[in-house]
Design a protein around this ligand. Structure first.
Ligand code: NDP
Ligand code: ZN
Length: 178
């Protein structure tokens, strides 16, 4: 059986390599890897210790945003990690608005592990939209993002009160600051 820290560091290295040429949309174009590491850190700060859930957080944008196939994730990290990342992956063939609508619709069906990663992803993105947003976004667009993120999180069955409260807090801070 692999040590938890070994799995987590393998996932960190895999994500860092896959996202190596990508940047976030903030004004300094931060290295993309900061985002999945932030999502994983939200989980562990809230007491989540399941190494496969932490690995799924680190890998959550690899299928959607990099040249990674589900079979590769399954082979390298196992079926459960792969399946959580697949649950967290939008169908890029669909129009943006439809993808956003489907995230709200599918939130109640997420597995417990994927729901934990989903709320941490929204905590991280609401924090980014509040403090380091894409520079071309209007105030209205930033506020609309917060409303949409809240609708997704409202449907997630998250078994962690600390994360639910953390989302409430970052959302309130966003609505005050933006
Ligand atoms: P996007 O989906 O284009 O961008 C948000 C996503 O980008 C986040 O969910 C996050 O995803 C990623 N991201 C990377 N860097 C940052 C950052 N610094 N801050 C926040 N997010 C970041 O935007 P929208 O959610 O607004 O959706 C686009 C839709 O909005 C389209 O349908 C478009 O037509 C519409 N639109 C709305 C406007 C408005 O004024 N309301 C104006 C223009 C378009 P991840 O975690 O996956 O990296
Ligand atoms: Zn993300």
């Amino acid at each position: 059986m692999e040590e938890p820290s070994a799995l987590i560091l393998r996932a960190t290295k895999f994500a860092a390599l896959k996202h190596r040429d990508q940047r976030r949309k903030d004004h300094v174009a931060s290295p993309y890897i900061i985002h999945p590491v932030t999502v994983a850190n939200e989980l562990t700060q809230a007491g989540v210790t399941d190494p496969e859930v932490i690995a799924a957080a680190l890998l959550h944008d690899t299928l959607e945003d990099t040249e990674t196939a589900p079979a590769e994730l399954a082979e390298v990290f196992g079926e459960r990690v792969c399946s959580m990342v697949q649950e967290l992956t939008d169908d890029k063939a669909l129009p943006k608005q439809e993808r956003k609508r489907l995230q709200i619709e599918h939130a109640p069906e997420l597995s417990s592990g994927a729901a934990l990663v989903k709320i941490c992803d929204k905590i991280a993105n609401v924090t980014d939209v509040t403090h380091s947003p894409p520079p071309d976004w209007s105030r209205e667009r930033r506020m609309a993002y917060l409303d949409w993120a809240a609708s997704v999180v409202a449907g997630c069955k998250v078994d962690n009160d600390q994360l639910k409260q953390r989302f409430v807090d970052v959302l309130a801070r966003g609505r005050e600051c933006i």
